[in-house]
Write a protein that binds this ligand. Structure first.
Ligand code: FES
Ligand code: FES
Length: 155
């Protein structure tokens, strides 16, 4: 199967995509974008989160063929050149990154949250990130990062 998809603003046409192949595999193994992580491959952990036509999805649950003709934005597409997105900078500064496996998904999900709701309440943050699992941080530093990014974006 041939799949044509725009990823982070660049068009790609990929031949030989298999029927059951996931968007996550297409991104990581065929397009060389390893940001989205494969942890559970069952829609449980959120580490593979990307935008598909502006909506966050678990890319392990989306068939690559479903992305044909659509736009994908991955964690690699959040920064503006060398300038980190405020969400990325806040995660680094607050120590919200330990092993880093959950981080790409959390960054995309937090980016989406703050685009939709620049002033999220504590419960709204927890709800928005409830599908993103982290086994390292205990979540407090992640919540600190989201609050810091929200405060900076609000300036
Ligand atoms: S790898 Fe997709 S949700 Fe865990
Ligand atoms: S930093 Fe290791 S899983 Fe979150």
């Amino acid at each position: 199967m041939r799949v044509s998809v725009k990823v982070n603003g660049t068009g790609h046409t990929v031949d030989g995509v298999e029927a059951g192949e996931s968007l996550l595999r297409l991104l990581r193994e065929r397009l060389g974008l390893p940001g989205a992580k494969n942890a559970c491959e069952q829609g449980e952990c959120g580490s593979c989160t990307v935008y598909l036509d502006g909506v966050t999805v678990c890319s392990c649950l989306v068939a690559a063929g479903q992305a044909d003709g659509r736009q994908v934005r991955t964690v690699e597409g959040l920064a503006d050149g060398d300038e980190l997105d405020p969400v990325q900078a806040a995660f680094l500064e607050t120590g919200a990154v330990q092993c880093g496996f959950c981080t790409p998904g959390l960054l995309v999900q937090t980016h989406d949250l703050l685009e939709r709701n620049p002033h999220p309440a504590a419960l709204e943050i927890r709800e928005a990130l409830s599908g993103n699992l982290c086994r390292c941080t205990g979540y407090e530093k992640i919540l600190d990062a989201v609050r810091l990014a929200a405060a900076r974006k609000a300036r």
